[in-house]
Design a protein around this ligand. Structure first.
Ligand code: WT7
Length: 650
């Protein structure tokens, strides 16, 4: 983020105090902060007791083997039972769990009783196909009810899911299947996106064909797109055919609280994604507690909609586990926001009477550009809480969201968290916090955050530094799959006993937190995390490329955009013009990683700016990419390089 925008953020002075009427009915009370402060561990134990435990825990936290935490470790529970059966047993079986809407406009409604029955049948199917406690199952699906059913069925039998976002390429899918040694893949023929069926099954076929000695025994295929698919006899099975004969009775067995629940891959500072591991009791406690309090969930009357894809952590925590643990009614939408018309989201809010709406700043900014008339032609008066996640929300977008979508009434919760934290860590609480556009505001009750200088000492209010979490929390990652050393190194080495998040931040004079972007080589494009190293290695895997450097440049809509600088091999120089090369390389990255990683620009250059020790100076490339005056070049090995690069691009 440029220093300009940071200054304008920090001078933001608008305040939105809670509406007393809202506050009178709010789920969260100021007392939460007091209780958590008085005794943090008892506070979390109290939150955990909101769940159904088959064996109650006696110990809240075991931190003796730090940084490997164990929460509620001697307790046992079944995550799926908590999200399903217990609501049915409490007489809420007829409550709608999912109002699903396909992109073409087809719909399916599943009550808690129906969803429970589906999950039971799917659990029986997985067991019949040899899946046991601890086995890994990969999921590569569009946003269809089967994605939720599959995740919960896997959880129900104590197996571990690894959901791979459907926008990732065959190669990304292969790497994730191999790293987790998945035994089974659940996919679909295809799903609907932008008015067309996009095929998914071919990527699974390619991923499994490329892998030597794949661990995958079976592929279950949901029929959604209706597109033709290749079939490997003996390996591939139709989900609906397999499910039909299954019994809708299944007794959930309890598992230890620290039983692995899922692995979710995310980009780090190296070319290899990290498998972030989450476990059961602590994770479910954290997501249920935050979902209830941050969104002010009144489960009997609210209709909640989080627009995230189930392939991201937001989809895991705030589409599947948090809302279902709380017995919420929610909307689940398969498609893109602008298909078949740019008012589709607002139409869905009107149609289902959505009361709580959780989305990303990048989406808000794109709607803002389209103008107020589109949302104003729908009835959005049902909305009472709005949420934002994924990147800092700029004050203009915040105010637009509140005015145009929220009718000038709704609180907005800007929620800071990460794949690693499992659940929300920093946010306003609606009805309590006086809102400040652009700031993520305050650590939630039970969460301890600090901002440190390079030397590890807390910086004074008003100064920027590095965001750390100073005490373990129940939803925290338990490790990096198969690589305990990487876990220690990435998150705990820098400050010893404090979790290093990788974000820059500052507390203002009131104690509100402002996020200042990543401090490592991680990009944030439309709220999705990408690694510069991963994109660079995709680029150099192309035969034309000798060297590549990738930076994140600010982008009006997506927050950051991928900008690549490449040196083309001399021998290949006449094969392509710079435009041709750029086009081919953009496509190559999309094919290697997925469309989200496709560079906005690829610049062909003859040199990259490097220090004498050979380190690429990305700061200077960022200046070029953002069209700024180029900063200090005195540490470059060859100071003329930047002149050559900027001349070339002019
Ligand atoms: C990174 C985590 C959390 C789910 C979606 C992204 C950035 C996230 C905010 C926010 C400012 C934010 C951070 C963080 N981020 N939410 N409200 N304000 N920045 O999950 O892919 O794990 O990325 O997203 O930089 O470290 P993720």
């Amino acid at each position: 983020m440029s220093s300009n925008s940071i200054d304008s953020l920090l001078s933001e002075s608008r305040r939105f105090p809670p509406d007393p009427q809202f506050a009178a009915h709010a789920i969260a009370t100021p007392e939460l902060y007091e209780r958590a402060k008085a005794d943090r561990l008892s506070f979390w134990a109290e939150q955990a007791r909101e769940l159904h435990w088959s064996t109650p825990f006696t110990q809240t936290l075991d931190w003796s083997d730090a940084p490997f935490a164990r929460w509620f470790a001697d307790g046992t529970l079944n995550v799926a039972y908590n999200c399903l059966d217990r609501h049915v047993l409490a007489g809420k079986g007829d409550r709608v769990a999912l109002h699903w809407e396909g992109e073409p406009g087809d719909t399916r409604t599943l009550t808690y009783a129906q969803l429970t029955a589906e999950v039971k049948r799917a659990a029986n199917l997985l067991t019949a196909r040899g899946i046991r406690e601890g086995d890994r199952v990969a999921i590569y699906l569009p946003v269809v009810p089967e994605a939720v059913v599959a995740m919960l069925a896997i959880a129900r039998i104590g197996a571990v899911h690894s959901v791979v976002f459907g926008g990732f390429s065959a190669e990304s899918l292969r790497a994730r299947i191999e790293d987790a040694q998945a035994k089974l893949v659940i996919t679909a023929d295809g799903g609907w996106r932008k008015g067309r069926v996009f095929p998914l099954k071919p990527a699974v076929d390619a991923a499994l064909a490329a892998g030597d000695a794949s661990t995958v025994e079976r592929v279950l295929v949901v029929r959604r797109g209706g597109n033709d698919v290749d079939w490997v006899e003996g390996r591939d099975l139709w989900w609906h055919e397999e499910l039909a004969p299954m019994d809708a009775e299944h007794v959930a067995q309890p598992f230890p609280a620290e039983n692995p629940l899922f692995i979710l891959y995310t980009s780090g500072t190296t070319g290899r994604p990290k498998g972030i591991l989450h476990t059961s009791g602590g994770y479910l406690t954290h997501v249920a507690y935050t979902h209830r309090n941050v969104f002010d969930l009144h489960a009997e009357t609210d209709v909640y909609w989080c627009t995230a894809d189930v392939g991201w952590i937001t989809g895991h925590s705030y589409v599947v586990y948090g809302p279902l643990a709380n017995g919420a009614t929610q909307v689940l939408y398969e498609g893109t926001p602008d298909t078949p018309h740019p008012g589709r989201w607002w139409e869905l809010i009107q149609k289902y009477g959505v009361t709580i709406f959780y989305t990303a700043p990048t989406a808000i900014r794109s709607f803002m550009k389209l103008g107020d008339d589109i949302p104003r032609s729908f009835d959005l008066s049902s909305l009472r809480v709005l949420g934002s996640v994924g990147e800092p929300i700029n004050p203009e977008a915040w105010v637009w969201f509140r005015e145009v979508i929220g009718g000038g009434r709704t609180p907005i919760v800007d929620t800071w968290w990460q794949t690693e934290t499992g659940g929300i860590m920093v946010s306003a609480l609606p009805g309590i916090t006086s809102l400040k556009p652009g700031s993520a505001q305050v650590p939630l009750p039970g969460i301890s955050i600090d901002v440190l200088g390079e030397d590890g000492a807390p910086v004074p209010r008003g100064s920027g530094g590095l965001l750390v979490v100073t005490e373990p929390w129940p939803g925290m990652l338990r490790g990096v799959w198969g690589d305990p050393e990487r876990y220690r190194e990435t998150y705990w080495e820098r400050f010893g006993d404090k979790y290093f998040a990788g974000d820059g931040a500052r507390f203002d004079e009131d104690g509100d937190l402002w996020l200042l972007g990543r401090v490592d080589d991680v990009l944030n494009v439309s709220g999705h995390r990408l690694s510069t190293a991963e994109i660079e290695s995709a680029l150099v895997s192309h035969p034309w490329v000798a060297e590549a450097a990738v930076v994140g440049a600010s982008d009006e809509t997506t927050g950051q955009a991928v900008v690549a600088f490449v040196i083309i091999k001399v021998a290949e120089a006449d094969v392509a013009t710079a435009e041709e090369a750029a086009r081919a390389l953009r496509a190559h990255v999309a094919e290697q990683i997925g469309a989200i990683a496709r560079p906005r620009q690829v610049y062909v250059v003859s040199e990259l700016p490097k220090t004498r020790s050979g380190k690429i100076m990305r700061r200077l490339l960022r200046d070029v990419a953002e069209g700024r005056e180029i900063g200090d070049t005195t540490t470059l090995a060859d100071t003329s390089v930047m002149q050559i690069i900027s001349d070339r691009l002019r």
